[in-house]
Design a protein around this ligand. Structure first.
Ligand SMILES: [Cu+2]
Length: 410
Protein backbone atom coordinates (compact mmCIF):
# COMPACT_ATOMS: atom_id res chain seq x y z
CA UNK A 1 0.00 0.00 0.00
CA UNK A 2 1.59 3.28 -1.02
CA UNK A 3 1.33 6.59 0.78
CA UNK A 4 -1.22 7.95 -1.67
CA UNK A 5 -3.61 5.05 -1.06
CA UNK A 6 -3.29 5.50 2.70
CA UNK A 7 -4.09 9.21 2.38
CA UNK A 8 -7.13 8.44 0.21
CA UNK A 9 -8.32 5.86 2.75
CA UNK A 10 -7.91 8.37 5.57
CA UNK A 11 -9.87 10.95 3.58
CA UNK A 12 -12.75 8.48 3.27
CA UNK A 13 -12.59 7.03 6.77
CA UNK A 14 -12.32 10.26 8.77
CA UNK A 15 -15.63 11.80 7.52
CA UNK A 16 -17.28 8.38 7.95
CA UNK A 17 -16.16 8.09 11.58
CA UNK A 18 -17.20 11.70 12.25
CA UNK A 19 -20.64 11.06 10.70
CA UNK A 20 -21.07 7.92 12.83
CA UNK A 21 -20.04 9.81 15.96
CA UNK A 22 -22.54 12.56 15.17
CA UNK A 23 -25.30 10.02 14.57
CA UNK A 24 -24.53 8.25 17.85
CA UNK A 25 -24.54 11.51 19.74
CA UNK A 26 -27.94 12.25 18.23
CA UNK A 27 -29.17 8.81 19.33
CA UNK A 28 -27.93 9.37 22.88
CA UNK A 29 -29.90 12.60 23.13
CA UNK A 30 -32.89 10.84 21.69
CA UNK A 31 -32.64 7.95 24.17
CA UNK A 32 -35.21 9.26 26.53
CA UNK A 33 -37.82 8.74 23.87
CA UNK A 34 -36.52 5.35 22.76
CA UNK A 35 -36.87 1.90 24.25
CA UNK A 36 -33.39 0.40 23.74
CA UNK A 37 -34.82 -3.11 23.96
CA UNK A 38 -37.49 -2.42 21.43
CA UNK A 39 -35.58 -4.15 18.68
CA UNK A 40 -33.51 -7.11 19.91
CA UNK A 41 -32.26 -7.89 16.42
CA UNK A 42 -29.95 -4.89 16.60
CA UNK A 43 -27.96 -6.52 19.40
CA UNK A 44 -27.48 -9.61 17.29
CA UNK A 45 -26.29 -7.54 14.30
CA UNK A 46 -23.93 -5.45 16.44
CA UNK A 47 -22.52 -8.57 18.09
CA UNK A 48 -21.86 -10.20 14.72
CA UNK A 49 -20.27 -7.00 13.34
CA UNK A 50 -17.98 -6.72 16.36
CA UNK A 51 -16.80 -10.29 15.95
CA UNK A 52 -16.28 -9.71 12.24
CA UNK A 53 -14.30 -6.57 13.05
CA UNK A 54 -12.00 -8.61 15.28
CA UNK A 55 -11.38 -11.25 12.62
CA UNK A 56 -10.82 -8.71 9.84
CA UNK A 57 -8.61 -6.56 12.09
CA UNK A 58 -6.45 -9.54 13.10
CA UNK A 59 -6.02 -10.64 9.49
CA UNK A 60 -5.10 -7.10 8.40
CA UNK A 61 -2.60 -6.77 11.24
CA UNK A 62 -0.98 -10.09 10.28
CA UNK A 63 -0.87 -9.09 6.62
CA UNK A 64 0.73 -5.69 7.32
CA UNK A 65 3.33 -7.32 9.59
CA UNK A 66 4.37 -9.60 6.75
CA UNK A 67 4.08 -6.96 4.05
CA UNK A 68 6.35 -4.46 5.80
CA UNK A 69 8.80 -6.95 7.25
CA UNK A 70 11.68 -5.60 5.19
CA UNK A 71 11.42 -2.30 7.03
CA UNK A 72 11.87 -3.90 10.42
CA UNK A 73 15.56 -3.31 10.80
CA UNK A 74 15.12 -3.74 14.53
CA UNK A 75 13.94 -7.32 14.30
CA UNK A 76 16.30 -9.22 12.07
CA UNK A 77 20.03 -9.84 12.00
CA UNK A 78 21.43 -8.09 15.07
CA UNK A 79 24.95 -7.01 14.14
CA UNK A 80 26.42 -6.79 17.65
CA UNK A 81 26.99 -9.13 20.58
CA UNK A 82 24.50 -7.23 22.77
CA UNK A 83 22.02 -7.27 19.91
CA UNK A 84 21.51 -11.02 20.32
CA UNK A 85 20.07 -10.95 23.88
CA UNK A 86 18.27 -7.68 23.10
CA UNK A 87 16.52 -9.30 20.14
CA UNK A 88 15.75 -12.38 22.20
CA UNK A 89 14.07 -10.12 24.79
CA UNK A 90 12.21 -8.32 22.05
CA UNK A 91 10.86 -11.55 20.60
CA UNK A 92 9.92 -12.96 24.01
CA UNK A 93 8.09 -9.75 24.91
CA UNK A 94 6.43 -9.53 21.50
CA UNK A 95 5.24 -13.14 21.47
CA UNK A 96 3.93 -12.98 25.05
CA UNK A 97 2.09 -9.70 24.55
CA UNK A 98 0.73 -10.62 21.12
CA UNK A 99 -0.60 -13.95 22.43
CA UNK A 100 -2.11 -12.27 25.52
CA UNK A 101 -3.64 -9.43 23.50
CA UNK A 102 -5.01 -11.81 20.88
CA UNK A 103 -6.49 -14.21 23.44
CA UNK A 104 -8.15 -11.55 25.60
CA UNK A 105 -9.50 -9.63 22.60
CA UNK A 106 -10.75 -12.81 20.97
CA UNK A 107 -12.74 -13.59 24.12
CA UNK A 108 -13.94 -9.99 24.39
CA UNK A 109 -15.29 -9.84 20.84
CA UNK A 110 -16.61 -13.39 20.86
CA UNK A 111 -18.59 -12.65 24.03
CA UNK A 112 -20.13 -9.59 22.35
CA UNK A 113 -21.39 -11.91 19.66
CA UNK A 114 -22.27 -14.97 21.74
CA UNK A 115 -23.87 -13.19 24.67
CA UNK A 116 -25.63 -10.33 22.89
CA UNK A 117 -28.71 -9.23 24.79
CA UNK A 118 -31.89 -11.17 24.09
CA UNK A 119 -35.39 -10.68 25.31
CA UNK A 120 -35.80 -12.41 28.66
CA UNK A 121 -32.05 -13.12 29.07
CA UNK A 122 -30.56 -12.08 32.41
CA UNK A 123 -26.89 -11.27 33.00
CA UNK A 124 -24.99 -13.45 35.44
CA UNK A 125 -24.05 -11.65 38.67
CA UNK A 126 -20.44 -12.62 39.31
CA UNK A 127 -18.84 -10.12 41.74
CA UNK A 128 -15.51 -11.80 42.56
CA UNK A 129 -13.25 -14.78 42.31
CA UNK A 130 -10.15 -14.68 44.49
CA UNK A 131 -8.33 -17.50 42.73
CA UNK A 132 -8.77 -15.76 39.39
CA UNK A 133 -7.58 -12.43 40.86
CA UNK A 134 -4.46 -14.07 42.29
CA UNK A 135 -3.73 -15.87 39.03
CA UNK A 136 -3.94 -12.78 36.83
CA UNK A 137 -1.88 -10.74 39.25
CA UNK A 138 0.85 -13.24 40.05
CA UNK A 139 1.45 -14.64 36.55
CA UNK A 140 2.02 -11.24 34.85
CA UNK A 141 4.15 -10.15 37.85
CA UNK A 142 6.45 -13.16 37.45
CA UNK A 143 6.69 -12.79 33.67
CA UNK A 144 7.41 -9.04 33.90
CA UNK A 145 10.02 -9.58 36.60
CA UNK A 146 11.88 -12.07 34.40
CA UNK A 147 11.71 -9.72 31.38
CA UNK A 148 12.85 -6.68 33.34
CA UNK A 149 15.64 -8.57 35.12
CA UNK A 150 17.06 -9.78 31.82
CA UNK A 151 16.72 -6.25 30.40
CA UNK A 152 18.53 -4.70 33.34
CA UNK A 153 21.38 -7.20 33.11
CA UNK A 154 21.88 -6.59 29.36
CA UNK A 155 21.67 -2.83 29.84
CA UNK A 156 24.17 -2.87 32.72
CA UNK A 157 26.57 -4.91 30.62
CA UNK A 158 26.29 -2.69 27.53
CA UNK A 159 26.73 0.55 29.48
CA UNK A 160 29.22 -0.80 32.00
CA UNK A 161 32.97 -1.28 31.82
CA UNK A 162 34.17 -2.20 28.35
CA UNK A 163 36.48 -5.21 27.87
CA UNK A 164 40.19 -4.49 28.13
CA UNK A 165 40.82 -4.96 24.44
CA UNK A 166 38.10 -2.47 23.50
CA UNK A 167 39.03 0.35 21.16
CA UNK A 168 37.55 3.76 21.83
CA UNK A 169 35.87 6.24 19.61
CA UNK A 170 34.09 9.45 20.44
CA UNK A 171 30.90 10.90 19.01
CA UNK A 172 29.91 14.51 19.53
CA UNK A 173 26.41 15.57 18.61
CA UNK A 174 26.17 19.01 17.09
CA UNK A 175 23.43 20.79 15.20
CA UNK A 176 23.36 19.10 12.71
CA UNK A 177 25.98 16.44 12.38
CA UNK A 178 27.76 13.78 14.34
CA UNK A 179 31.42 14.58 14.77
CA UNK A 180 33.55 11.46 15.01
CA UNK A 181 36.92 11.21 16.74
CA UNK A 182 39.47 8.43 16.92
CA UNK A 183 42.33 8.62 19.42
CA UNK A 184 44.97 7.72 16.81
CA UNK A 185 47.90 5.44 17.28
CA UNK A 186 48.55 6.27 20.94
CA UNK A 187 45.03 5.20 21.92
CA UNK A 188 44.61 8.41 23.93
CA UNK A 189 42.24 11.22 23.18
CA UNK A 190 43.80 14.66 23.31
CA UNK A 191 42.39 17.38 25.49
CA UNK A 192 39.36 19.22 24.19
CA UNK A 193 37.27 21.90 25.87
CA UNK A 194 34.28 23.87 24.74
CA UNK A 195 36.05 27.21 25.05
CA UNK A 196 38.58 26.13 22.42
CA UNK A 197 35.85 25.55 19.88
CA UNK A 198 36.26 28.01 17.05
CA UNK A 199 34.25 27.22 13.96
CA UNK A 200 35.73 30.15 12.08
CA UNK A 201 39.30 28.93 12.52
CA UNK A 202 38.31 25.33 11.82
CA UNK A 203 38.71 24.04 15.37
CA UNK A 204 35.15 22.75 15.48
CA UNK A 205 36.13 20.08 17.95
CA UNK A 206 37.68 22.33 20.61
CA UNK A 207 41.14 20.77 20.41
CA UNK A 208 43.98 21.91 22.62
CA UNK A 209 46.85 21.22 20.30
CA UNK A 210 49.22 21.98 23.14
CA UNK A 211 48.29 18.51 24.36
CA UNK A 212 50.51 16.07 22.50
CA UNK A 213 47.87 13.35 22.81
CA UNK A 214 45.72 15.31 20.39
CA UNK A 215 48.32 15.27 17.63
CA UNK A 216 47.28 11.92 16.19
CA UNK A 217 43.55 12.26 16.89
CA UNK A 218 41.58 12.24 13.70
CA UNK A 219 38.01 13.13 12.75
CA UNK A 220 36.82 10.93 9.90
CA UNK A 221 33.56 11.27 8.00
CA UNK A 222 32.66 7.60 8.50
CA UNK A 223 32.87 5.31 11.49
CA UNK A 224 35.01 2.27 10.82
CA UNK A 225 34.99 -0.67 13.21
CA UNK A 226 36.74 -3.99 13.09
CA UNK A 227 34.55 -7.07 13.21
CA UNK A 228 34.99 -9.02 16.44
CA UNK A 229 36.81 -6.20 18.25
CA UNK A 230 34.86 -4.48 21.03
CA UNK A 231 34.47 -0.73 20.72
CA UNK A 232 33.65 1.72 23.46
CA UNK A 233 31.67 4.68 22.19
CA UNK A 234 32.06 7.87 24.21
CA UNK A 235 29.22 10.27 23.57
CA UNK A 236 29.10 14.02 24.01
CA UNK A 237 26.96 16.91 22.83
CA UNK A 238 28.15 20.32 21.75
CA UNK A 239 24.88 22.21 21.92
CA UNK A 240 21.56 20.49 22.65
CA UNK A 241 20.39 16.97 23.46
CA UNK A 242 21.06 14.42 20.74
CA UNK A 243 20.80 10.67 20.81
CA UNK A 244 23.45 8.43 19.29
CA UNK A 245 21.59 5.54 17.72
CA UNK A 246 23.04 2.55 15.89
CA UNK A 247 19.90 0.56 15.17
CA UNK A 248 21.60 -2.41 13.48
CA UNK A 249 23.74 -2.90 16.57
CA UNK A 250 20.73 -2.26 18.85
CA UNK A 251 22.67 0.47 20.65
CA UNK A 252 21.35 3.87 21.64
CA UNK A 253 22.42 6.51 24.12
CA UNK A 254 21.55 10.14 24.67
CA UNK A 255 24.18 12.77 24.03
CA UNK A 256 23.86 15.28 26.85
CA UNK A 257 25.67 18.63 26.90
CA UNK A 258 28.07 18.80 29.84
CA UNK A 259 27.89 15.09 30.54
CA UNK A 260 29.75 12.12 29.12
CA UNK A 261 27.78 9.01 28.32
CA UNK A 262 28.97 5.79 26.75
CA UNK A 263 28.22 2.26 25.67
CA UNK A 264 30.29 -0.54 24.23
CA UNK A 265 29.59 -3.42 21.92
CA UNK A 266 31.31 -5.85 19.61
CA UNK A 267 30.29 -5.78 15.95
CA UNK A 268 29.79 -9.41 14.90
CA UNK A 269 28.87 -9.09 11.23
CA UNK A 270 31.00 -7.15 8.77
CA UNK A 271 29.43 -4.77 6.27
CA UNK A 272 30.37 -7.14 3.43
CA UNK A 273 28.73 -10.13 5.14
CA UNK A 274 25.62 -8.12 5.97
CA UNK A 275 25.33 -7.09 2.32
CA UNK A 276 25.21 -10.78 1.44
CA UNK A 277 22.71 -11.55 4.21
CA UNK A 278 20.46 -8.67 3.16
CA UNK A 279 21.06 -9.41 -0.53
CA UNK A 280 21.66 -5.72 -0.94
CA UNK A 281 25.05 -4.66 -2.28
CA UNK A 282 24.34 -1.06 -1.23
CA UNK A 283 23.54 -1.88 2.39
CA UNK A 284 25.27 0.24 5.02
CA UNK A 285 25.11 0.33 8.79
CA UNK A 286 24.35 3.76 10.10
CA UNK A 287 24.48 6.11 13.01
CA UNK A 288 21.54 8.46 13.38
CA UNK A 289 20.17 10.89 15.93
CA UNK A 290 16.95 9.94 17.69
CA UNK A 291 16.39 13.12 19.61
CA UNK A 292 14.43 15.78 17.74
CA UNK A 293 17.22 18.31 18.05
CA UNK A 294 16.12 20.98 15.60
CA UNK A 295 15.32 21.67 11.97
CA UNK A 296 18.26 19.74 10.54
CA UNK A 297 17.75 16.69 12.78
CA UNK A 298 17.14 14.44 9.78
CA UNK A 299 20.61 15.23 8.50
CA UNK A 300 22.48 13.61 11.40
CA UNK A 301 23.42 10.41 9.61
CA UNK A 302 26.80 8.77 9.44
CA UNK A 303 27.73 5.55 7.73
CA UNK A 304 29.27 2.85 9.91
CA UNK A 305 31.55 0.41 8.13
CA UNK A 306 32.40 -2.87 9.84
CA UNK A 307 35.69 -3.97 8.32
CA UNK A 308 37.78 -7.08 8.37
CA UNK A 309 41.14 -6.69 10.14
CA UNK A 310 42.93 -5.98 6.83
CA UNK A 311 40.30 -3.51 5.65
CA UNK A 312 40.39 -1.72 9.00
CA UNK A 313 44.16 -1.36 9.02
CA UNK A 314 44.14 -0.16 5.43
CA UNK A 315 41.54 2.46 6.30
CA UNK A 316 43.51 3.58 9.36
CA UNK A 317 46.49 4.28 7.14
CA UNK A 318 44.48 6.65 5.00
CA UNK A 319 43.41 8.79 7.95
CA UNK A 320 45.09 12.11 8.49
CA UNK A 321 45.34 13.52 12.02
CA UNK A 322 43.28 16.67 12.47
CA UNK A 323 46.33 18.40 13.90
CA UNK A 324 48.15 17.96 10.60
CA UNK A 325 45.17 19.08 8.58
CA UNK A 326 44.75 22.17 10.72
CA UNK A 327 48.45 23.01 10.40
CA UNK A 328 48.14 22.78 6.64
CA UNK A 329 45.04 24.86 6.44
CA UNK A 330 46.77 27.61 8.33
CA UNK A 331 49.83 27.50 6.13
CA UNK A 332 49.72 30.20 3.45
CA UNK A 333 50.75 28.74 0.12
CA UNK A 334 53.65 31.08 -0.50
CA UNK A 335 55.04 31.51 2.98
CA UNK A 336 56.76 28.47 4.42
CA UNK A 337 57.43 27.31 7.92
CA UNK A 338 57.20 29.68 10.87
CA UNK A 339 54.17 31.68 9.87
CA UNK A 340 52.27 28.45 9.38
CA UNK A 341 52.93 27.14 12.84
CA UNK A 342 49.79 26.15 14.68
CA UNK A 343 49.33 27.29 18.23
CA UNK A 344 51.50 24.75 19.95
CA UNK A 345 52.50 24.91 23.56
CA UNK A 346 56.24 25.20 23.88
CA UNK A 347 56.24 22.62 26.60
CA UNK A 348 55.33 19.85 24.17
CA UNK A 349 57.99 17.78 22.53
CA UNK A 350 56.82 18.70 19.08
CA UNK A 351 58.80 21.15 17.08
CA UNK A 352 56.26 23.18 15.13
CA UNK A 353 58.55 23.59 12.14
CA UNK A 354 58.65 19.85 11.64
CA UNK A 355 54.93 19.42 11.52
CA UNK A 356 53.64 22.58 9.93
CA UNK A 357 56.22 23.40 7.36
CA UNK A 358 56.29 20.27 5.29
CA UNK A 359 53.34 19.33 3.16
CA UNK A 360 54.64 15.78 3.49
CA UNK A 361 53.21 15.73 6.98
CA UNK A 362 49.84 15.47 5.36
CA UNK A 363 50.64 12.02 4.14
CA UNK A 364 52.22 10.70 7.30
CA UNK A 365 50.48 7.48 8.15
CA UNK A 366 49.12 7.19 11.64
CA UNK A 367 51.14 4.12 12.44
CA UNK A 368 54.37 6.09 12.34
CA UNK A 369 55.92 4.02 9.57
CA UNK A 370 57.47 5.45 6.49
CA UNK A 371 55.22 7.40 4.23
CA UNK A 372 54.49 5.78 0.88
CA UNK A 373 56.63 6.94 -1.99
CA UNK A 374 53.62 8.14 -3.93
CA UNK A 375 52.67 10.37 -1.07
CA UNK A 376 51.74 13.67 -2.73
CA UNK A 377 49.46 11.96 -5.19
CA UNK A 378 47.82 9.95 -2.45
CA UNK A 379 47.11 13.03 -0.44
CA UNK A 380 44.27 13.91 -2.78
CA UNK A 381 42.43 10.74 -1.91
CA UNK A 382 42.76 11.20 1.80
CA UNK A 383 39.95 12.59 3.90
CA UNK A 384 38.35 14.97 1.43
CA UNK A 385 37.27 18.09 3.20
CA UNK A 386 36.13 21.60 2.39
CA UNK A 387 39.15 23.69 1.63
CA UNK A 388 41.27 20.79 0.49
CA UNK A 389 41.98 22.42 -2.82
CA UNK A 390 44.19 25.05 -1.25
CA UNK A 391 46.32 22.63 0.69
CA UNK A 392 50.02 22.79 0.05
CA UNK A 393 50.06 19.01 -0.14
CA UNK A 394 48.45 19.24 -3.52
CA UNK A 395 49.92 22.42 -4.86
CA UNK A 396 53.51 22.01 -3.70
CA UNK A 397 54.56 18.40 -3.33
CA UNK A 398 57.21 17.62 -0.77
CA UNK A 399 60.71 17.16 -2.05
CA UNK A 400 61.46 14.13 0.04
CA UNK A 401 58.19 12.66 1.22
CA UNK A 402 59.57 9.14 1.51
CA UNK A 403 62.01 10.17 4.20
CA UNK A 404 59.51 11.79 6.48
CA UNK A 405 58.39 9.84 9.48
CA UNK A 406 55.74 10.66 11.96
CA UNK A 407 57.44 13.04 14.34
CA UNK A 408 54.39 13.83 16.39
CA UNK A 409 53.74 10.28 17.45
CA UNK A 410 56.87 9.03 19.05
CU1 LIG B 1 20.50 15.42 16.93
Amino acid sequence: MDAQTVITLIKILVPLVLALAAYNTYLVFKLKDVDPFENWDRNKINGSLLFLFFIAGSLLAAWSMMYYKDLYILIFDPASDHGVPIDRMFWTTAVLTIVAAFATNAVLFYFCYQYAGKEGKKALYYPENNKLEIAWTVIPAIVLTILIASGVSTWTKATGTAPENAREIELTGKQFEWMIRYPGNDGKFGKITWDSINDASGNTYGYHFSDVNSHDDFNPQEIHLEVGVPVKVNIRARDVLHSATMPHFRMKMDAVPGMNTSFWFTPIISTDSMRLIKRNPKFNYELSCQEICGGGHWNMRRVIVVDSKEQYNAWLKTQKPTYMASAEEKAPETVPAPAATPAVDKATEVKPAETAKTPAAATTPVDGKKAPAAAPADAKKVAPKAGDAKKPAETAPAKTPEKKTNKVNP
